[in-house]
Ligand binder design. Structure first.
Ligand code: WTA
Length: 651
């Protein structure tokens, strides 16, 4: 993203940790030393210190079959035991695990002891429904405590969850159910969104209507209170079933490489990939990063990560990291602006939130609304701020620190991906001198580089491709059902060196610190949601109106990037009014096919698309149009007139 580099020149302020913050910090510079001396020994120490192992491991890393890593493979643990039982056994059962804030204003404080009872019952229920170790469970729920309970219940019995974001359509849900051959779906009647009940169950019913699927039961949580259609024999009410099972359940250990979850994410081509994560290494890195990056003091902190559990951030930093660390956290169901702007800040004030982790797109929309809104609330409890999902531009970084963080709270910009499982690049708040706009350095234990296409490290003030050069504990163990695609997507580009290619461009500055520059492939980041242009193109092409479609990501002030589509309508000769209709029909069609988050900002109906002589669509030129720039070099086009025709259509 060009503006990131530009901003780099405009913001020269640096923010070292205050003496007080540094003196009390959880993470010290010593971590870099320990990891630097003996990386594997360092991770083994973290795994032993942060987790409870039923069977201790002797082997840290097995990298004999790259890129398929095995971490702590001869050890055994239970993820749910680590997140719940051991805290209760240590006398912390009365600590609040979750302060739930529903959108209508209902709230519930759930202690670790209470959460454990719920998870034990849910584990018994899943077992009674025939779900066993290794079976897949699809979870399609709003941001309610039952989502956490459902995930931990799966983990407890060794089942594999596949959480599907509640904003995805029935088609998206169905393809994920099919890909993983899920046995059970856990959903809700509906959840609250902007003052209304947004139903979820109909999408499940639609997804399962043709009967040719693997789902045996649908468990339905009552949340919205809305009427739902019912398939007798298949559908069961969560609360009815839980009332009938025992609240005793012993957490049995599983090998560290037992699968924990599948989470689907967009790649540059084809259908979404089911990224597979396992237990021991994943939980080690989730707990380690959550503790050190967020300076967590579990006795006193109130932590709030605003991500939905449907994304990786919700997995690692709402569920697994915080609970493994015995943290107290806020879980909020709704949107930031309902019933009024400032709702988030009311939540911060109500619970005395000390650590806030959110996305730059949220920060930018708060900037637009004006600083008087947060300034009207008491945000004095906040002491640390985190950012994730896309590059945070220096202006937003400074605003976040000044307005939300009272000009004192460190802002940690954390770079990572669904595939990395946990944070990889970030400042350590008590150690690093913060530099607005830069994600700065790899965490202790993580090795990254910025390289040219040939693999040579770039010099200071140069840009290149971000690679991860050594295996890490939370790394993806593969793509569900498609090991070859895992290799070809991430490991082929730098196969000789054996490096992981992240798909991000990055720049190294004079201090050897890292600036992320956005994706170098056709993956887009819209409001921190990852989607590929290819996915949206195929949704567009599936509509009878469409002859051909090309989608590009255009810079957007609030959402970071936005999708802009160029579509050729089959029966050409579309007059202007009809073109507008077609555009709207197609926008809705994409929302229906994939989910509202994928709806293009704009659909332009065009007569031609710019193509090279070999027939490749020149997206670069379309991006110029979408971003209102002067159109670049068109000499390689088969028909050099095309761009002026498109540009005139725009006007
Ligand atoms: C982008 C989200 C810049 C990046 C955790 C990556 C970021 C993709 C940052 C992964 C950041 C994430 N600065 N870019 N701090 N964090 N990204 O899988 O392009 O939803 O490849 O994981 O988001 O998105 P995903």
């Amino acid at each position: 993203m060009a503006d990131t580099i530009e901003n780099l020149l405009h913001e020269a302020r640096r923010f070292p940790p205050s003496a007080e913050f540094a003196a009390n910090a959880v993470a010290t510079a010593e971590l870099y030393e320990r990891a630097g001396e003996d990386r594997l020994g360092f991770w083994a120490d973290q795994a032993r210190e942060l987790l409870h192992w039923h069977t201790p491991f002797a082997h840290t890393l097995d990298w004999s079959n790259p890129p398929f890593a095995k971490w702590f493979a001869d050890g055994e643990l239970n993820v749910a035991f680590n997140c719940l039982d051991r805290h209760v056994l240590a006398g912390l059962g009365d600590r609040v695990a979750i302060h739930f804030e529903g959108e209508p204003g209902d709230s519930r404080a759930i202690t670790y002891a209470e959460l454990l009872v719920e998870v034990k019952k849910a584990a018994n229920l899943l077992t009674a429904l025939g779900v066993g170790a290794g079976d897949r469970v699809a979870i399609y729920l709003p941001m309610i405590p039952e989502a956490v309970v459902a995930m931990l219940a799966c983990a407890r019995i060794g089942a594999v969850h596949s959480v599907v974001f509640g904003g995805f359509s029935s088609d998206s849900l169905r393809s994920r159910i099919d890909d993983a051959a899920a046995k059970l779906v856990i959903t809700a009647d509906g959840g609250f969104r902007r003052g209304k009940v947004s139903p979820l169950k109909p999408a499940v019913d639609e997804a399962l209507q043709d009967g040719a699927h693997t789902v045996e039961h649908v468990l339905v949580v009552r949340r919205g209170g809305n009427d739902v259609a019912w398939t007798t024999g298949r559908d069961l009410w969560w609360h009815d079933e839980l009332a009938q099972v025992s609240d005793e359940h012993e957490a049995k250990p599983f090998p560290a490489e037992n699968p924990l979850f599948i989470l689907y994410t967009s790649g540059s081509t084809g259908k979404p990939k089911g990224i597979l994560h396992t237990t021991g290494g994943y939980l080690t890195q989730a707990a380690y990063t959550h503790r050190n990056v967020f300076d967590l003091k579990p006795e006193t902190d109130v932590y709030w990560c605003t991500a939905d559990i449907g994304w990786i951030t919700g997995h690692s930093y709402v569920v697994y990291g915080p609970l493994a660390n015995g943290a107290t956290q806020v879980l909020y169901e709704g949107t930031p602006d309902y019933p009024a702007l400032g709702r988030w800040w009311d939540v911060v004030a109500k619970y005395g939130v000390t650590i806030l982790y959110t996305a730059p797109t949220a920060v930018r929309s708060f900037m637009k609304q004006g600083r008087h809104i947060p300034e009207d609330r008491d945000l004095s409890s906040l002491r640390l701020l985190g950012s994730v999902g896309e590059p945070i531009n220096p202006e937003a970084w400074i605003w976040y620190r000044e307005v939300i963080g009272a000009d004192t709270a460190p802002v940690v910009d954390t770079w990572w991906q669904t595939e990395t499982g946990g944070i990889m690049i970030s400042a350590l708040p008590g150690v690093t001198t913060l530099k607005p706009g830069s994600a700065q350095v790899a965490l202790p234990g993580i090795e990254v580089d910025i390289v040219a296409e040939d693999g040579a490290s770039v010099g200071a003030d140069e840009g290149g491709l971000l690679v991860i050069t050594e295996p890490w504990p939370a790394m993806a163990r593969g793509i569900w059902g498609d090991p070859d695609r895992f290799v070809s997507t991430y490991w082929e580009q730098f196969a000789t060196q054996g490096w992981y290619f992240a798909g991000d461009g990055a720049r190294r500055d004079k201090d050897n610190e890292i600036w992320l520059l956005g994706r170098v492939d056709d993956v887009m980041n819209v409001s921190g949601h990852r989607l590929s242009t290819a996915e949206i193109e195929s949704a567009l092409v599936s509509h009878p109106l469409t002859a051909e479609a090309a989608v590009v990501g255009a810079a957007d002030e609030t959402t970071g990037q936005a999708h802009v589509a160029f579509v050729i309508i089959k029966d050409s000769q579309v007059d202007a009014a009809a073109a507008e209709d077609a555009a709207e029909i197609l926008r809705q069609h994409v929302a229906k096919q994939i989910g509202a988050i994928a709806r293009p900002r704009q659909v332009f109906i065009v007569a031609e698309l710019p193509k090279t002589r070999s027939g490749k669509i020149m997206r670069r030129l379309l991006r110029d149009v979408a971003e209102g720039r002067e159109i670049g070099d068109t000499t390689t086009l088969a028909d050099t007139q095309v761009m002026s025709i498109i540009a005139s259509t725009m006007k």
